[in-house]
Write a protein that binds this ligand. Structure first.
Ligand code: NAP
Length: 351
């Protein structure tokens, strides 16, 4: 039991090293009878799932007869990678210990497939140990908001805010380029390169004429207002999305881009994006659209870039918070990071 406890903890730690977004965070550990183990984790869309990663890391040691601990029920579907259940069966794993069930209808059923193949399957919650209940709850919390997005048939949503120390996203005259510095912009472009789509409201589309592309030059130089098609594009480009009724200017970057999707209703837009295969949406504002997403509990993860400026009577998201008890609460997901003179903090919606 002691070894299983340690291996489960290690699998959870490994899971947390993944990147939030289109796929859940998952870790795994191959545990041998002598109490030693090796871990693996899922590093994001289009990379191996945690189970094959752990099995690969176990090499050259034989995995026949070993136990595999997984923080999430192994998938049995052939998605972008092969089914993990088959990799587990092929590796000769004798026992699989699962920390949390997968509510995603297209991925669940892995436990049953394994059982039918003669692999012993145990759920952490059924072990009757206090530590096992605690770690099962931790495994669920790790992906609770990802589960929410799947259950609500919408993409996982990351919101990005670039703000002054006093929480303004633009000055009183609505100027906002650039509140944050070059390092923050380069960092934000790495996130852009990972997501499937990026959304703004028509206010931002008109005020900033953004491209909503992921650029390998980190969005330096003329960036959002540059009128050139020769910018350094990252290999994967997200779909640009605009919410609102005001038509886009025909000569704007988003107006000219044939990939731009426009929606007048957020709920219908999110469902349509999901149908189009958008699993991870980045909302970049502005403050009016951001307030809607925050107020309607549609922000799973928050990326906040804070610059050392005070803007006083500037523009903030018009949140309807009357009293402290009604504040929208988030929990830090990682320690704050210095980016030049700015600070970057990642938060998760509190569950
Ligand atoms: N610092 C930052 O992180 C940041 C990021 C982006 C923008 N900004 C700044 O923010 C300012 C623009 O502010 P803003 O509030 O006007 O921008 P915005 O939120 O991008 O646009 C507001 C418009 O979006 C549409 N919209 C908002 N909520 C909606 C909903 N629930 N459903 C459908 N449509 C919805 C509406 O369009 P219609 O009126 O057309 O229906 C609304 O007028 C600019 O100065 C810009 O530079 C700052």
């Amino acid at each position: 039991m002691e070894a299983l406890h340690s291996a489960t903890r290690a699998a959870l730690d490994a899971a947390a090293r993944g990147v939030r977004g289109a796929n859940p965070l998952v870790g795994a550990a191959v545990l041998w009878d002598d109490g030693t183990f090796t871990t693996g984790y899922h590093q994001g869309a289009d990379t191996p799932h945690a189970e094959p990663d752990a099995l690969r890391n176990a090499s050259p040691r034989s995995t026949t007869g070993a136990t595999l601990v997984v923080t999430l029920e192994p998938c049995s579907h052939t998605g972008r990678t092969g089914p993990c259940t088959q990799a587990i069966i092929d590796a000769g794993i004798a026992r699989v210990v699962i920390a949390s069930r997968d509510p995603n209808p297209s991925a669940s059923g892995g436990a049953q497939v394994l059982t039918e193949a003669g692999v012993e399957v145990l759920f952490l919650n059924d072990l009757g140990q206090p530590w096992a209940h605690e770690l099962a709850a931790q495994a669920h919390r790790l992906n609770a908001r990802w589960f929410t997005a799947v259950t609500h048939d919408r993409p996982f949503i990351t919101a990005k805010i670039a703000q002054s120390l006093d929480g303004c996203v633009a000055a009183r005259d609505r100027t906002s380029q650039w509140i944050t510095g070059a390092e923050s912009r380069a960092h934000a472009h790495l996130t852009r390169a990972r997501v499937d789509a990026i959304a703004v409201g028509t206010g931002t589309a008109h005020a900033d004429n953004p491209r909503l592309t992921a650029r390998t030059d980190g969005g330096s130089g003329a960036d959002r207002q540059a009128d050139t098609e020769t910018h350094l594009g990252a290999p994967h480009q997200p779909i640009p999305v605009v919410f609102g009724t005001t038509p886009l200017p025909e000569d704007s970057h988003l107006g000219r881009n044939p990939r731009t999707l426009t929606y007048t209703d957020v709920g219908a837009g999110l469902r349509d994006l999901r149908r189009r295969g958008v699993s991870h949406l980045l909302v970049e504002g502005g403050p009016t659209l951001m307030a809607h997403f925050l107020q309607h509990d549609l922000v799973d993860e928050l990326h906040v870039y804070t610059a050392p400026l005070l803007l006083g009577d500037g523009v903030r998201s018009p949140l309807n918070v009357e009293t402290l008890a009604h504040a929208l609460t988030f929990v830090p997901d990682a320690p704050p990071e210095a980016l030049g003179s700015d600070t970057f903090t990642r938060f998760m919606k509190e569950v």
